[in-house]
Structure formats: C-alpha cells, structure tokens
Ligand binder design. Structure first.
Ligand code: SF4
Ligand code: SF4
Length: 390
C-alpha cells in the first residue's frame, strides 16, 4: 500500500494512542506522540502554509460529539508550532451554505473560534474557491476546492471517528469532502448517486487534495446513525497516519464493519491504492493491532447484500427485495421545525416544506441521507421495511 504513486511500496503506519479524556494536557501529549511516530519533523518546516481541516459538518457544540473536539485541533496546532510552523489556518466547508455568516456561527459553536484566538492562528471566513485537476482520476477529473486548500503547502486533516449513513464510516478520506464548497457537495451526490461511484469520487478527491497527515479524534466517537444522528461511544483513542486509506482500514476494523461495505475502502482497493487491513501496514503507538469494539453500533442504513451470495437464477428477485428493503429517511413530523436545512442539502431537490413541515417525494430519493445528516433537531429517522427484515 502506498499513497505515493509508483516506486517502492513502504509499510504504512497507523498510530493508535490511548487518549482517555479531552483534558488539553492529555490530548497534547497524545497528538505530539502521533507526530513523532510518523517522523513529521522531516516534513514540516518554518515558512510552510498549513491548513488544519477539522470535521465541522453542522452547528453543534463539542459535547454533542459530532464535530472534531477543539482540544484535538488545538493539540495539532501546538504540535505544528513545535516544528516551527506558524502560517496556520483552520478551515472547513461544513454542510449547507458556504457563507461567512454560517462559517462564523459554526466556528463559534464548535469551539474553533476560541482555539484560533488562543493560538493566534487564522480562521478562514473567506468563501472563495477554484478548480483543481485531479491527476489519475477514475470518475472526477476536476474539483472545485475552497481557497485555503488550494493555497496550503500541506493539509492536516483532523477528523472525528463516526459511523456514516452512506459511506459506513466517516474517516480520513470522507473528511476531505469538506474541501468542496457548500452546496457543491449535494451536486456531487447527484452526479455520483451510487455508493460505488461516490466512493471512487471521494478517492479521486483524496488523490487531488493529498493530505500530508491525518489525525482522528476517537476520544468520544459516534456509533449508530452517524455522522450526526448517532450516539456517543467512549473509545478513548486517537489515531493518525500519513496514508488516509490505511487509517480508514484501521477505523473500519475498530467499528467491526465489513471492508467491502465501505465504498472508499472498496474503491481504494480496486485501484491498488490499498490492500485489506494489515496488508502493507503496521499499527504503532500503544497497540500493535486494532481489535473490533464489541457491539459497536452500525448505521441502520448499512446495506444488505444478499444477492452476491445466492445462486445466479435467484439474484434478480433477491436484488429487487433488497431494493425494497433498503432503508430510507423518514421525517417525524411532530419534531420538524420547518427550518428547510434538509431541503437545502438534498441533491435531488425532492424535499418540500409544506405548512412548515418537511415532506419527501421518495420517487426521486437516492438514499444519500444528506437530509438526515443536516437536520439540526434529529427528526429524520432511517427506517427499513420491517416486514422484509423479519
Ligand atoms: S430525500 Fe434525503 S436521502 Fe433522499 S435524496 Fe434527498 S437528501 Fe438524499
Ligand atoms: S426535517 Fe429537520 S432539517 Fe428538515 S425542515 Fe424539519 S427540522 Fe428542518
């Protein structure tokens, strides 16, 4: 497995460090070890422009375990400064509109504003973007990226360990989706509606952005219906890698997910960018292996793939049944406040707000679960056809 194309394949390191709390001293020590274990002193130097890219998704407070915890972002900045890097900007393009007002509100709620002030680093409020070509792309040869990504000498991605309704897990590769400005993200969902093509698009994006280092906050992770509607699982670990594909294999193992069900992992494997867990990679730090967490809750939208396991003559009807049984977003009308965030983020424009309540026209729904992800009051459930699942 190698993130660099061609040349000799090196063993990809994934570091796992016990990080029992969000106490700043504890997190600083863990993150400093991650940087050391990956020899980051050789890759960082004064004068570099570094973008620190958290996962901010939507306006949530740190204790809602949806966004990267500010102590982890602050520890990354401390580590960068320790290597003489001072030109640092924190930036993300969360879901919804990419406007100055939205960004300011999300930075404030997530604790990023305080981190930037304490550390004296820039917080991106500009909303410019531009096109960048994606070399060797499988399905998306050009991406529009937010300006801080285009300007950075190195992107340090600082994500949150979470399950994800569409992609199984929200790891190092998926965190880069926030390099795409605002509502261009639903456009990409529309362009690549199937999980397989969406996974390849995310790998194209990863190859385009090429993050220099990825740190994942798994102190308080999310299980169940992530990336915004799940429940908190205290994992007490942080993870890091130079290679985001290797990192995601480690997280997939941690959550007990089937690698073939995570479209980014399947796409990276298909393209020879990664193997399976343990192939061409080593676990370093406090552990030499990653064990699945017993009972880690999967998203209810996790795909059912029986058709590959039945005789060919039965595959069609089984595939039909699978489609019928596949989960869909269902709005609990009572809880809906009519804010329109779901409609705004729906790539198919298939949600209407009628009498201050959201309503989905399922005939055009591609089951991307963006609406579920963006609902601020968690009133969109993911439901299966129960009769078919008895
Ligand atoms: S209704 Fe929800 S799941 Fe369906 S296409 Fe729109 S955002 Fe995606
Ligand atoms: S379902 Fe959620 S996001 Fe959609 S309008 Fe209602 S409260 Fe807002």
């Amino acid at each position: 497995m190698s993130f660099a194309k061609g040349g000799e394949r090196k063993l990809e390191k994934v570091s796992v460090i016990e990080t029992p709390s969000y106490d700043q001293t504890v997190v600083n020590a863990a993150v400093a070890r991650h940087f050391q274990l990956h020899g980051m002193e050789e890759k960082l130097h004064p004068g570099m422009k570094v973008l620190v890219k958290p996962n901010l998704l939507l306006k949530r407070r740190p204790e809602e375990f949806t966004t990267t915890h500010p102590t982890v972002v602050e520890a990354v900045i401390e580590a960068l400064k320790g290597y003489g890097v001072t030109d640092i900007v924190i930036a993300d393009s969360p879901g919804g509109l990419y406007t100055r007002v939205q960004l300011a509100a999300i930075y404030r709620a997530s604790g990023m504003e305080d981190v930037a002030r304490r550390q004296g680093v820039a917080l991106n409020l500009e909303t410019g973007s531009g096109e960048v070509s994606a070399p060797g792309a499988r399905c998306c040869a050009r991406f529009t990226l937010i300006d801080p990504v285009r300007r950075a000498d190195m992107v340090v991605s600082v994500g949150k360990v979470k399950t994800h309704g569409m992609t199984g897990l929200s790891g190092g590769v998926k965190n880069l989706f926030g390099c795409i400005p605002g509502l261009m993200k639903p456009e990409l969902h529309c362009q690549f509606p199937e999980k397989g093509s969406f996974g390849h698009m995310l790998v194209d994006l990863c190859e385009c952005v090429r993050p220099g280092f990825t740190v994942m906050d798994g102190v308080e992770a999310m299980e169940g219906d992530g990336p915004s509607g799940g429940t908190m699982r205290r994992v007490g670990l942080t993870f890091a890698a130079e290679n985001p594909y290797a990192l995601d294999l480690g997280l997939c193992r941690l959550m007990g997910l089937d690698e073939s069900s995570v479209p980014t992992i399947a796409a990276a494997k298909e393209r020879g960018l990664s193997g399976g867990y343990g192939e061409g990679m080593e676990i370093v730090g406090d552990f030499t292996d990653i064990a699945p967490i017993p009972g880690y809750q999967k998203p209810r939208s996790a795909s059912v793939d029986f058709s590959a396991h039945v005789p060919r003559m039965f595959r069609r009807p089984v595939a039909w049944l699978e489609k019928k049984a596949s989960p869909k977003p269902v709005i609990r009308r009572q809880g809906c406040i009519g804010c329109g965030k779901c409609a705004e983020s729906c790539p198919q424009k298939t949600i209407a707000i009628v009498e201050k309540k959201a309503r989905i026209d399922y005939s055009r729904c591609i089951k991307c679960f963006c609406c579920h992800e963006m609902c601020p009051v968690k009133t969109i459930d993911i439901k299966r056809n129960l009769i078919l699942h008895r």
